[in-house]
Design a protein. Structure first.
Lengths: 326, 204
């Protein structure tokens, strides 16, 4: 393998390191989390889009070796991988390793970031985050979900796993992936394909662009993403939490209003509980007028874990973002 | 007769994975939602589902043996598509009742006998869905031309395919938490929409 980098590639890597360093500085200097996290997160997402779309087909294009694995596909086809080593698309050198190496990578990321992956490392999440920040105020008020809809991502995950296993096809990728709009199809150009295209367009246009723009909520991440649901089940193996100090909380519900993924509900707030879907984005912590919310380790409210979380997130997120450099 | 039993069992055993494909999206969410974390309750629901499947198989076997030669289009026609559509709609209704039990429309149904009998209905409706192994069995039935022999053959086929359903018992202990039960109810609705769409597509 040729490991010597050209001058341009070296410059790009240097610029990325400086950018991540600048974000770290601003996060430490301002004491606020979400704004500068968002800059980093959105930049990474768009770097991914440009790299991915310019590299041709993810399995056969000239940049196939550098294309990352799609973690959404991994979560929704997990039994397929165990059953027949099926992967949604092949890239890099992972095919030689298969699910074992992917499982190890997932475990490492989950131990270090847990659910924070969804706001600091996921190269799709920055897209709806970006659109949710375009307008200064929400044009459409949408603060909470009907209680039973909270588990919709888990339901989508469950259905994707079952249909993927029984059809031996990646069900989520074939029917709901918002980024598949222009890539290859398995089916001929018939009604099935047109239906798939319609669903892709609806997911992209509705859940990633339009609704985030109008509501300032990350609709795809909060309501549809099967990997977010997957991480919500496993995220507790990671020690970082967003905790609410009961004695300081005035129940003003500002956190419910600003949470971009519907992870804080009015009912839960009464008990000072944040749902497992919390992405550790920091939006609620920045908004809380009494400082009742904060990052903790395993809920221990005597010690502020903010800087430790930021360090872990920028190390992992910086490494992930580094994959999308020219 | 022994040969017929062996033949049906072998066909079921060899092709049962297809049956798993037809049943899993419907059965797994239902068991996750209704087992309440109890293995025994999960096993009872699975048995009810299997009883529905067996009833469908035997009915189809008898009908196909009697009428198959005269009406060869019986198995693959509108009956099957309508069954798929109906099972999908039932699942959607079930999901609505389970996900929003306090809605005035849903309240009378939430603990009704109709909802409790759903596993049998699901099993029956899935049972009449003609998948490739089922169709292969039906062709054999037409050649047998005897309802009694057909029922024996399909009973053995049922036992062969049932082996693949046993892993569903694992779903029951998994469903202790309210989160998974809530997700499973919604998943029933999503899978139901899929089945209903597929049934409608085939009907049209």
């Amino acid at each position: 393998m040729n490991t010597v980098l050209g001058r341009g590639a070296l410059a790009a890597r240097g610029a990325w390191v400086l950018f991540v360093g600048f974000i770290a500085y601003r996060l430490a200097r301002t004491g606020r989390t979400s704004r500068w996290r968002s800059v980093f997160f959105v930049a990474m997402a768009w770097a991914f889009v440009f790299q991915f779309k310019s590299s041709g087909s993810p399995s056969t294009g000239p940049r196939a070796l550098e294309s990352p694995y799609c973690h959404i596909a991994i979560a929704s086809s997990i039994l397929n991988q165990a059953y027949n080593q099926y992967l949604a698309f092949r890239s890099g050198h992972w095919p030689a390793w298969g699910p074992l190496s992917l499982g190890f990578l997932w475990l490492a990321v989950t131990l270090v970031l847990g659910q924070a992956w969804c706001s600091w490392g996921c190269f799709y999440g920055g897209l709806d985050e970006g659109f949710s920040r375009v307008l200064p105020k929400a044009l459409l008020r949408w603060n909470s979900l009907p209680g039973r809809l909270r588990e919709l991502p888990a339901a989508i995950l469950l259905v994707s796993i079952l249909f993927s296993l029984t059809s031996v096809l990646p069900a989520f990728c074939l029917w709901a992936c918002p980024l598949k709009l222009t890539t290859a199809f398995l089916d001929p150009n018939d009604l099935t394909r047109r239906l798939q295209l319609g669903l892709f367009a609806a997911t992209l246009g509705g859940a990633i662009v339009l609704l985030p723009l109008l509501t300032k909520k990350r609709v795809f991440c909060g309501l549809l993403c099967p990997f977010g649901a997957w991480q919500s089940f496993w995220g507790n193996v990671n020690p970082f939490r967003v905790s609410i100090r009961a004695e300081a909380c005035t129940q003003c519900r500002l956190c419910v209003k600003v949470c971009p993924t519907f992870a804080i509900e009015a009912e839960g707030l009464k008990e000072h509980v944040v749902s497992p879907y919390c992405n550790r984005c920091g939006e609620c912590i920045d908004a809380c007028p009494t400082g009742a919310m904060g990052y903790t380790l395993l809920g221990d409210k005597t010690w502020d874990a903010r800087l430790l979380l930021i360090y872990c997130c920028l190390v992992v997120g910086g490494a992930v973002g580094g994959m999308f450099l020219p | 007769m022994t040969l017929l039993l062996g033949e049906g069992f072998a066909l079921g055993l060899a092709t049962g994975l297809y049956c798993l494909g037809a049943c899993a999206p419907l059965l797994a969410p239902y068991l996750l939602c209704e087992s309440e974390g109890a293995f025994g309750r999960g096993a009872r629901l699975l048995l009810e589902f299997m009883a529905g499947r067996l009833a469908a198989y035997l009915l189809f076997a008898a009908a196909a043996s009697k009428l198959g030669a005269r009406y060869p289009g019986l198995a693959g026609g509108r009956v099957v598509a309508a069954g798929l559509l109906l099972s999908g709609l039932l699942m959607v209704l079930y999901a609505v009742v389970r996900s929003a039990p306090r809605l005035s429309v849903c309240a009378p149904w939430a603990d009704s006998a109709a909802v409790r009998r759903l596993p049998f209905a699901f099993g029956f409706l899935v049972g009449i869905n003609v998948c490739p192994p089922f169709a292969a069995g039906l062709l054999r039935l037409v050649s047998l031309a005897s309802p009694a022999k057909g029922m024996v053959y399909f009973a053995a086929f049922f036992v062969g395919t049932t082996v693949y359903m046993l892993p569903f018992l694992v779903a029951a202990p998994l469903s202790r938490g309210p989160r998974l039960r809530s997700a499973a109810a919604l998943a029933s609705g999503l899978a139901g929409l899929w089945f209903a769409g597929l049934g409608l597509y085939r009907l049209l």
